[in-house]
Design a protein around this ligand. Sequence first.
Ligand code: ASP
Ligand code: MG
Length: 426
Amino acid sequence: MPATLQTTSHARTQKLIVQKFGGSSMGTIERIQNVARRAVKTAAEGHQVVVVVSAMQGETDRLLKLASGVSTRPADREIDVLLATGEQVSIALLALAICELGYKARSFLGHQVEIRTDSTHGSARIRSIKADPVHECLRKGEIVVIAGFQGVDQHGNITTLGRGGSDLSAVAMAAALKADSCEIYSDVDGIYTTDPNVYNKARKIPRIGSEEMLELASLGAKVLQTRSVEFALKYNVTLHCRSSFSDGEGSWVVPEMSGLEDAEMKGLEGAVVTAVSCDKNTAKLTVVGIPDTPGAAARLFAPMADAGINIDVIIQNPPQEGRTDVTFTVPRNVADRAVQLLESLQPALGFHSFSVDKSLAKVSVVGAGMVSQPGVAQRTFAALGDAGISILLISTSEIKISCVVEDRFADLAVRVLHDKFELEKT
Ligand code: ASP
Ligand code: MG
């Protein structure tokens, strides 16, 4: 045990720090002990510590598999009861490990700290957090350990927040407690300009705006759950994404850095693009010969929405002879469901035919700086064109340009865009 653990507070100002550890950080007993040491180190520096944890790595998947062994169509409510046990194991083990180091710790389930949610089992939304017991423990100098991913609805049912939801639990806790910082620990040491496994020139980004991070997360960057970033942006929570296996500085996700101010700042520096992301979970469907009547698009997409299928890029061709074609993308893993749905809709909607292509990827450049900089789209298209990559679909937002390409070109596309915007340079 490092000597610093023995000393009491030398810190001038006591901070309230929320630390979130994901499944990989909690994967084994040794790793849980490592997490305990980190929490204790922070407490020994004189701070108040609230730790939010995920289930041990692989546990949530294991539980889901058990459920599918006994049920072909398991009820969402029971799945939530089942999945919440993963985090219950984690909090108890971590609290025990912290106590073993001579510090006081107390574990809490979601409902015990009153993380109230709506009743949407499997993807519940947080409505309020009371956190009285948390404050009480902190006052007594205890380290608080909270189960991530779970809450309770108004009828007392256990709910879960969607896969990766412990990130959201931590951010929401940090907001509710008005924490001084929210540290998100995982097995990667920050947010990179692109996936380092795809391109070895990828560089760690020291600071990134929440809006840019929101785009990156929703485009498939796995470091943070999308909804947690949304929440952080809305409630002004700064996140520090860092590695649980090293002491180094990670990446800061800062709400203030978003928007025009940041765009101007970046514009001056010439860095219009912050990162390149790639989502290989992409499929494209084209519906040919839809009668071009008012409400046709709604009749096509409403059933998709009802079936929980997320539509991404949509392109409608100009109508010819009273009929039009619509192309749209969906996550590849739900493409078969979308196809089934289209088959069943064909008689009612009266379109001629449809086709599906599942071997696609969406490559995106993201940067708040592009708001104030013309020519980013043109440079993106030129870089892909020069590399011989054809663009099948394009979609844009204020701070993002996405191109759908054949997935065999995805990695190449990432590399040429990373080079084009010189992301290897600081
Ligand atoms: N244990 C949950 C999952 O695997 C929640 C989380 O890890 O954040 O999705
Ligand atoms: Mg996670």
